[in-house]
Design a protein around this ligand. Structure first.
Ligand code: KG4
Ligand code: ZN
Length: 356
């Protein structure tokens, strides 16, 4: 029987999300409002705009979640909310709202680390025991960590500049892919994956960066720069204005996708070898979990599968809707933390939201 019910609230970036999850991993209800359309128009997230949109939607999203769950606030065991990392203005909306709720209904509060929640989402779906390796690749994240316990993470590598999704979005924007007849309404990464299927990656040379760096860090801004240079050169050759290239976008997309995949796979391979050599992960029953928006890329997944097959790792990916930002992972992290007897606050006196 489920004995715990946690309401999770997520507002760290551009999604207002909530969910109720019980300690058997059952999702009783969830709701999400994406600000993506608005941010697409402005070519990126403007923090005060994101804050305003969170304010307009948080109450509706939480009420909808509770309604769908058939749960009243009184029945909850705790409220779990993302408190870091993220955009300060966005985080503040979720935190402020949550503190009001826990105050009014006298509920324990569980502060959640967004990245830890991403990393442990898989445990709601599969029985994965600690320790396991996690690769998180999205528009805002790029990290390789070993999850050793509910609140015990070993950071092996991270991007020294931008995240892969951010890079794919920038290249897609430079190619005006939102205006491409086949790709309107697709995210940048999805558009590149779609076009790459029709392209030949060998027509352009884009090298994977950091091949001689003896660590597990990533870098995507050089790739972004080189891709932009190829696009500019092609536009010049054809006498086209910026963003009007049509003829070879599929080949460029294929080359970009391949370089991103190769880089991700090379760094992950290093991490796997390091974990085996140092005894952090066992050679016989180790798991690589891949999550984040970029993890839905089938080309990148197939490339990762080659590495995990060769090293005897299991490759696991949460379903796409749990790979991107959501309320379920926050509620689930609340359950995990309660079960581990960690960080449940019975008074939120010390927590203040201080608007900047
Ligand atoms: O996890 P997510 O929704 O949130 C952020 O952290 O931003 O990831 C969104 C990112 C975007 O950059 C998007 O271009 C990328 O994931 N993405 C993809 C694919 N679908 C979404 N990248 C590559 N291939 C895809 N199929
Ligand atoms: Zn995230």
């Amino acid at each position: 029987y489920p004995t715990k019910l946690v309401l999770g609230i997520e507002t760290s970036c551009d999604d207002t999300a909530a969910a109720v999850v019980d300690d058997t991993g059952k999702i009783l209800g969830e709701a999400l409002h994406s600000q993506n359309e608005v941010h697409l128009k402005t070519g990126g997230i403007i923090p005060p705009v994101a804050q305003q949109l969170h304010r307009e939607n948080i109450e509706r999203i939480v009420k909808e979640t509770l309604y769908v769950s058939g749960i009243s606030l009184d029945e909850l065991s705790a409220v779990a909310t993302t408190v870091k990392p993220g955009l300060a203005l966005s985080l503040g909306v979720g935190l402020e709202y949550s503190l009001k709720l826990v105050d009014k209904y006298k509920k324990p509060f569980i502060p959640i680390h967004h990245m830890e929640a991403h990393a442990l989402t898989i445990r709601l779906i599969n029985q994965v025991e600690f320790p396991f390796l996690v690769l998180l690749i999205s528009g805002g994240h790029c990290i390789l960590v070993v999850a050793q316990g509910v609140s015990d993470f070993l950071l092996l590598g991270q991007s020294i500049d931008i995240a892969p999704g951010d890079m794919l979005d920038k290249v897609a924007r430079r190619l005006s892919l939102t205006k491409h007849p086949e790709c309107c309404r697709m995210s940048g990464g999805k558009a590149i994956e779609h076009l790459a299927q029709q392209g030949n990656r060998l027509h352009y040379e884009l090298r994977a960066p950091m091949r001689h760096h003896r660590n597990c860090n990533f870098s995507f801004s050089g790739l972004c720069f080189n891709a932009t240079r190829i696009i500019m050169q092609k536009e010049k050759e054809e006498g086209l204005q910026e963003g009007h290239l049509l003829s070879c976008v599929t080949d460029i997309a294929a080359a970009v996708q391949h370089a991103v995949a190769l880089h991700i796979v090379q760094r992950t391979h290093r991490a796997i070898l390091f974990c085996i050599k140092s005894g952090i992960l066992s050679q016989t029953n180790a798991t690589l979990v891949v999550s984040g928006g970029v993890a839905s890329n089938q080309y990148i997944r197939r490339a990762l599968q080659i590495v995990t097959d060769a090293t005897n790792f299991n490759l696991l990916c949460p379903p796409p809707r749990l790979c991107t930002d959501n309320g379920v992972m926050i509620a689930w992290n609340g359950i995990e933390r309660m079960r581990a007897g960690l960080g449940v606050l019975h008074s939120t006196d010390g927590i203040r939201y201080e608007p900047k």
